[in-house]
Design a protein around this ligand. Structure first.
Ligand code: PGA
Length: 263
């Protein structure tokens, strides 16, 4: 897989008519970089998680720009912020993973803390979703993270281990998995974990994944990543990229984050 991963989680933001403009702006800015910057930038991987109703327009806009600017397609992928644990049936309101594939997406964000805390998503459901995504050849971006209360009680590593154990039971397809460490207290709050905290957790996650024979799985950091802190965060050992919420909504700030290592 490519060098670093820069994943944008749009959450429930932007309407379909805003997406083409977003990608047109993003690619115009990429094309305005000098040749060396562009080459270095495109060694990375860019993942987009628009809201489900924006997935089709995302697919179309990305392809249009890739073709228009003769940029290789391989650094770009996109998908859904959630999928149903079941392939189909009487599950009103759920999101079909096959439907995502048919709309051109091949990623599934799974276990985001907002899904866990606001919609009661359990570790068991998360495990089923990862299994289904893998069966369909989709890449799962599994989110894990502790709450402030759990961190203050010294339970960070127990919580992360429990989330990983449950989600990855019997999982043996490293090429179909990316893990994002997102401390819940850092999401959308402007509070970023310190470099020491990130380094400590990522080292621990690396060890866990190595022991589980998942040593090629990349580990992203997420939680209030912005252009002004991304340069420091990307230098931390075992940080293989970011999952970006608020700051991905503006194509310039998303690109600035993607350029953290390039400039
Ligand atoms: P944030 O969101 O960057 O706005 O903190 C990150 C996320 O929820 O994935």
């Amino acid at each position: 897989m490519a060098d670093k991963i820069y994943a944008g989680n749009f959450k429930l933001n932007k309407y379909p008519d805003e997406m083409p403009d977003y990608f047109n702006q993003f690619f115009t800015k990429v094309m305005a970089l000098n040749a060396d910057q562009k080459k270095d930038l495109l060694k990375n991987h860019f993942m987009f998680f628009p809201s489900t109703t924006n997935l089709h327009v995302t697919s179309v806009s990305l392809f249009e720009n890739i073709i228009k600017h003769s940029i290789p397609r391989s650094p770009f992928s996109w998908g859904a912020q959630n999928i149903a644990a079941e392939m189909g049936g009487a599950f009103t309101g759920e999101i079909s993973s096959v439907g995502i594939l048919l709309m051109g997406g091949d990623l599934a964000l799974i276990g985001h803390s907002e899904r866990r805390s606001l919609f009661g998503e359990t570790n068991e459901a998360i495990h089923k979703k990862i299994k289904l995504a893998s069966m369909l050849g989709m890449i799962s971006l599994l989110c894990i993270g502790e709450t402030l209360q759990q961190r203050e009680a010294g339970k960070t590593f127990d919580v992360l281990k429990e989330q990983l154990d449950a989600a990855l039971k019997g999982f043996d397809k490293p090429a179909e998995l990316v893990v994002a460490y997102e401390p819940v207290w850092a999401i959308g709050t402007g509070k970023v974990a310190t470099s020491a905290q990130v380094e400590e957790v990522h080292a621990c996650l690396r060890k866990y994944l190595d022991q589980a024979q998942l040593n090629t799985v990349k580990i992203l950091y997420g939680g209030s990543v912005k252009p002004d802190n991304s340069k420091e965060l990307i230098r931390i050992k075992n940080v293989d990229g970011f999952l970006i919420g608020g700051a991905c909504l503006d194509p310039q700030s998303y690109l600035d984050i993607c350029l953290s290592e390039v400039r």
